[in-house]
Design a protein around this ligand. Structure first.
Ligand code: APR
Length: 225
């Protein structure tokens, strides 16, 4: 069976990583415009680098949970395309072989001048020179609000060719990811969401499995023959 899975911050919540829109979420303690937009980075690159240094350290200290491990196992039994909005590397560390990070990764650095990418150091500072072109245009390789998500053609193609689409641990607030279920459903793809509660786009899914991902995802994955 061809399956496309989309994950959001909720799949990493039980690994101890903050989600965004919960009462203790990242967007309660940080303003999106300050730390997740190109304008915010231009205005105060040191603040943005501190924000991602903190998230990079938290992600490095976290461990994959049973949900991440269940998806790695699922990829060994089915034709699975794993798309994540998350920028942590818990899917990779759980053993998922080919993770599509549509919002970039905390472990990546990008040169805004020449487009060069390299492994991000634990701490990045304003003015760090690009190792390729030498210009002080280093930034986290994260897709900020107002920027185009990565790998979209590959993602749309996977959705079009899937038998099943599952969204796990995402509130359905941010497009284009929030539109994946509607896109898939219009093409006859069965859609299921696995979430702690109903997402903003719950109506786009045929089924919903409610509960913590570390329980629901392994149970769901095992049920797929
Ligand atoms: N198990 C399953 N779902 C959970 C769990 C859990 N243990 N804990 C939280 N959730 C659910 C919440 O109910 C919520 O619906 O995960 C969802 C997290 O929603 P958000 O915090 O909005 O995160 P996400 O949907 O990934 O945000 C999408 O928004 O800010 C941008 O770029 C950022 O990638 C992010 C995007």
């Amino acid at each position: 069976m061809r399956i496309t899975v989309l994950t959001g911050a909720g799949i990493s919540a039980e690994s101890g990583l903050a989600t965004f829109r919960a009462s203790d979420g990242l967007w309660e303690s940080h303003r999106i415009t300050d730390v997740a937009t190109p304008e915010g980075f231009a205005a105060d690159p040191a603040l943005v680098h501190r924000f991602y240094t903190m998230r990079r350290a938290n992600a490095a200290a976290a461990q994959p949970n049973a949900a991440h491990l269940a998806l790695a196992d699922l990829a060994r039994r089915h034709d699975l395309t794993l798309v994540t909005q998350n920028v942590d590397d818990l899917h990779e560390r759980a053993g998922s072989p080919d993770v599509i990070h549509m919002h970039g990764t905390l472990t990546g650095a990008l040169c805004a001048a020449c487009g060069h990418r390299w492994p991000a150091p634990p701490v990045m500072c304003p003015g760090d020179p690009c190792p390729a072109c030498g210009r002080p245009a280093t930034r986290p390789d994260i897709v900020w609000f107002g920027e185009m998500p990565y790998h979209m053609e590959r993602i749309w193609n996977a959705l079009d060719q899937s038998d099943l689409f599952a969204a796990i641990g995402t509130s359905g607030n941010v497009y284009p990811a929030a539109g994946f279920a509607q896109h898939a459903r219009r093409r006859g793809v069965e859609c299921v969401e696995l979430n702690l509660d109903a997402s903003a786009n719950a109506r786009d899914f045929h089924h919903r499995i409610t509960g913590p991902a570390s329980r629901t995802v392994p149970e769901w994955a095992v049920s797929l023959v």
